[in-house]
Design a protein around this ligand. Sequence first.
Ligand SMILES: Nc1ncnc2c1ncn2[C@@H]1O[C@H](COP(=O)(O)OP(=O)(O)OP(=O)(O)O)[C@@H](O)[C@H]1O
Ligand SMILES: [Mg+2]
Length: 308
Amino acid sequence: MILTVTMNPSIDIAYQMKNFSLDQVNRAEETHKTPGGKGLNVTRVLYATGEEVTATGLTGGKNGEFLQEQLNKAGIDSSFYKIKGDTRNCIAILHEGKQTEILEQGPIISKKEFQGFTHFFQKKVKKYDAVVFSGSLPGGIPDTCYADLITIASKENIPVILDCSGSALKKALEARPTAIKPNIDELKDLLHQEIAKDPKVLKEVLSSDMFTGIPWIIISLGADGCFAKHDDHYYHVHIPKIEVVSPVGSGDSTVAGIASGIVNGLSDEELLKHANTLGMLNAQEKETGTVNMNHYDDLYRQITITKV
Ligand SMILES: Nc1ncnc2c1ncn2[C@@H]1O[C@H](COP(=O)(O)OP(=O)(O)OP(=O)(O)O)[C@@H](O)[C@H]1O
Ligand SMILES: [Mg+2]
């Protein structure tokens, strides 16, 4: 059983319109509202692959209730910690083949609420086989949040998969998660340096002391597959060229694959193929965090891995 943690979830609202004009009244032709946030993408993909999963994190207000109702309707188990503030809206305006986004910052979390969530998490995590932390932190929460929560899970010997960026990632590395999955830009940002998508360069970079004690480091490279380190082994994963509809959330789908690979004791090569297949399947869909498992086998068998 896998627990996913989304600290700053959202209601994702998509407005479909023919034209979008600034400083004018714009009318949406269609409106879609779905539970959003990177951890919820991971949750949906895990659920689609038949994995037992529970979504947790912070929710509040009517939006929080809506989010939970939508997950219930989809048959997805959830158990959120209630906060005073309202869960945010993230708006995407889809017009003329473009996407204009307005992302609310979300509620500010009080110290008491964060402490409350930490206790809630501490009790809850014990019955899970792995935890996934995804996405940015809401205001009021210290950037040591993931580091603290990883330490709690590690004390219970529960593997942790982490997907975040910036200072939250930097701080969390010190707590030694089991797996991290930055994309190449997040890796550059972490190390403050340009990094070529070259296996030799990546091998050298991942050998840095900064990553010592983190068993799995998987650098996703979009259409170029990924480069991975597991203990002392390095892998370059080559994926086929596919027709892409929307790659948003492909990293989250990859994270879902890493988590289930760890929980199910897959070999390194199996885990990497599984994770990349899910990333590609998401890229073939319009909706974020969606995979059509009918195409799984076809993509899986086209992936090749070279040891570096
Ligand atoms: N254009 C693409 N074509 C084929 N596969 C893709 C493409 N984009 C992503 N993928 C697959 O999904 C994986 C993860 O994608 P990517 O590196 O874009 O993650 P990301 O930037 O973290 O995405 P996000 O944060 O939006 O979820 C890749 O390693 C690859 O397997
Ligand atoms: Mg990502």
